[in-house]
Design a protein around this ligand. Structure first.
Ligand code: CU
Length: 377
């Protein structure tokens, strides 16, 4: 191969190397420092160990390379013999020992801090569901589900226009209801699961804990900076593992207090809805929102289903069968369809069933009231 040939090939290679460089412009090599005392400790520990490794590596490889070059056989070097030399053995035992102790002391301190959820100000029970998170504020009697934001959910549908993806705000990293916590307060997390293994992971908070059915893992964080922090489920948990993000909003205490009362008022209003009678138009509007947040992931926004998920458009249950059976199926689930009875209130269930019976060309004309959902439970 001629020299110019090689130069050309190298130029192309470098050109190609630049492509991902542009795409990953804000990619960083190091781990995040995060916004909690524990995350900073973890970061510091990582830096310390990395530098110890670097120094040890440079020292060892320098001696090795120097020896290979200067004491090589072709130069006539003869290997020195120091078998059973007590001095050498003491040196190569004591130096690593000192290094290990130097690492173990800060590592133990960090581990103890990670494992210390005592004296917390707020306790939140985090429950993994396929494929969403449930948050239960233990001291506030407040509980809600956090689903993938509707715009992201629509953008990932079968056959969705890819332009939707660019439009979706923080594609796949946004939820309909984030959890809100006060700044500079210690938040204790009780992490568990309702079905399979999940893991609650938010890098900026240095929390990554398995959510295990029938078992409660404890963790904690104290966010020292207001803002929005994102994470994801970090345990392969089935079809929509990649679609159950986590959003934590850290706010001032006063804003937190206001948020809690607003959430409680909304929950009380929703509970009241279960005793109301709605018009069909109201139910359809509410039902569409409930459908998009809870059902579209499997049955698709346009009701056509796909794979193991049956189409609801023209489905027997949603068009011909009695309303009662439709309600029961949604409440108790079937096969791999999870039960929505524990997840949705009567008004939500009535609304989504009304919607399914009248959307996408389904034309039963039925209006299903919350009282019917209550009776079907
Ligand atoms: Cu998961």
């Amino acid at each position: 191969m001629s020299a110019s040939h090689i130069t050309k090939k190298l130029a192309v290679l470098f050109g190609l190397l630049l492509v991902p460089g542009i795409a990953l412009a804000d990619y960083t090599l190091n781990m995040t420092q995060g916004i909690t005392p524990v995350s900073k400790e973890v970061y510091g520990l990582h830096q310390l160990v990395m530098w110890i490794c670097t120094v040890a590596g440079v020292l060892v490889f320098s001696v090795m390379i120097y020896s290979i070059i200067n004491h090589r056989k072709s130069k006539g070097a003869v290997a020195a013999q120091f078998h059973e030399s007590a001095t050498v053995e003491v040196i190569w035992t004591v130096i690593p020992l000192i290094v290990l102790v130097a690492i173990a002391i800060p590592a133990t301190k960090t581990l103890l801090d990670i494992e210390d959820p005592s004296k917390s100000d707020v306790t939140i029970q985090v429950t993994g569901w396929q494929w969403k998170w449930n948050y239960n504020y233990r001291d506030e009697d407040l509980s809600f589900f956090s689903n993938l934001a509707t715009d992201s959910n629509e953008a990932r549908q079968l056959g969705a226009d890819t332009a939707l993806r660019d439009k979706a705000d923080t594609y796949l990293l946004n939820v309909d209801k984030p959890i809100v916590v006060p700044v500079n307060k210690k938040v204790r997390l009780l992490i568990t699961s309702n079905d399979v293994l999940h893991a609650w992971w938010v890098p900026a908070l240095a929390v990554k804990r398995d959510a295990i059915p029938g078992y409660i893992n404890e963790s904690h964080f104290t966010a020292t900076k207001t803002g929005t922090y994102r994470g994801q489920c970090a345990e392969l948990c089935g079809k929509d593992h990649g679609f159950m993000p986590i959003v934590v909003k850290v706010v001032e205490q006063s804003e937190y207090t206001a948020w809690v009362s607003a959430q409680k008022a909304a929950a009380a209003a929703a509970a009241g809805d279960s005793n109301k009678t709605f018009t069909q138009a109201e139910l359809l509007k509410k039902g569409e929102a409930v459908y998009k947040a809870n059902c579209a992931a499997c049955h698709q926004v346009n009701g056509t289903g796909g794979g193991p998920f049956p189409a609801l458009k023209g489905s027997k249950v949603a068009t011909k069968g009695p309303v009662e059976d439709h309600l029961k199926l949604v409440i108790t689930g079937k096969g791999i369809m999870p039960p929505f009875g524990p997840q949705l209130n009567d008004a939500d269930i009535a609304a989504v069933v009304t919607y399914e019976r009248n959307a996408w060309g389904n034309s039963t004309g039925d209006t299903v009231q919350p009282a019917a959902a209550k009776a079907a439970r």
